[in-house]
Design a protein around this ligand. Structure first.
Ligand code: SF4
Ligand code: SF4
Length: 181
């Protein structure tokens, strides 16, 4: 962690992350979180995901304006695997389109990282080409598919628009189809 950085009064990841072990969906405060103060079970056994999570602001030299409690965005750095996840506080759904954030997301995308922006039940992928693909995040499973494998077999972006069934749709620059991407 860079010198001088700490979570301080920020607790936003405890709202925006989903924590399956606690049955906590993304976008709602964890029942163990004291917003602005911290985790009430910090000294006890927290789910592994909580102990290991480091948001990008905390673990890099991103400046203060990127602090999640200020910008309302929690960014997970996945540049090494060409993926980046941006969780947006649903109380501020347009926060990611403000500057300098949007320009930075587009820059990371141009450099080869797919930036996936989650707002409530929607996800927008910003692609290296500069295109944006937006779809409905219909279930945890599909959300994870978006994060873990947003690229379909033809190099296209998965585009989940189903009603929660196991069918996964994809949309490519060549048309639409169905696959298990
Ligand atoms: S979002 Fe980042 S800075 Fe805020 S509490 Fe979580 S890890 Fe700390
Ligand atoms: S268990 Fe603690 S660290 Fe984990 S989400 Fe809840 S409040 Fe945050």
């Amino acid at each position: 962690m860079p010198e001088g950085k700490s979570c301080g009064s920020c607790t936003l990841c405890c709202k925006l992350m989903d924590v399956p072990e606690l049955d906590k969906p993304a976008g709602t405060w964890c029942r163990y979180c004291q917003p602005g103060k911290g985790c009430s079970i910090y000294q006890q056994v927290r789910p592994d995901v909580c102990g290991s999570y480091r948001c990008m602001w905390l673990s890099t030299d991103l400046p203060e304006r990127w602090k999640p409690s200020r910008c309302k965005l929690v960014v997970t750095d996945g540049r090494s695997i060409k993926r980046m996840q941006v969780m947006v506080d649903p109380a501020y759904p347009h926060a990611w389109r403000k500057e300098p954030f949007l320009s930075q997301f587009r820059l990371w995308a141009r450099q080869g990282t797919i930036v996936s922006v989650f707002v409530a039940d929607r996800v927008t992928h910003i692609l290296p080409s500069g295109e944006e693909r937006e779809g409905k995040k219909t279930s945890l499973e599909i959300a994870l598919q978006h994060l873990q494998n947003p690229i379909g077999p033809t190099g296209d972006v998965c585009h989940a628009e189903t009603d929660g069934s196991t069918t996964r749709n994809w949309q490519s620059s060549h048309g639409k189809g169905q696959t298990d991407c």
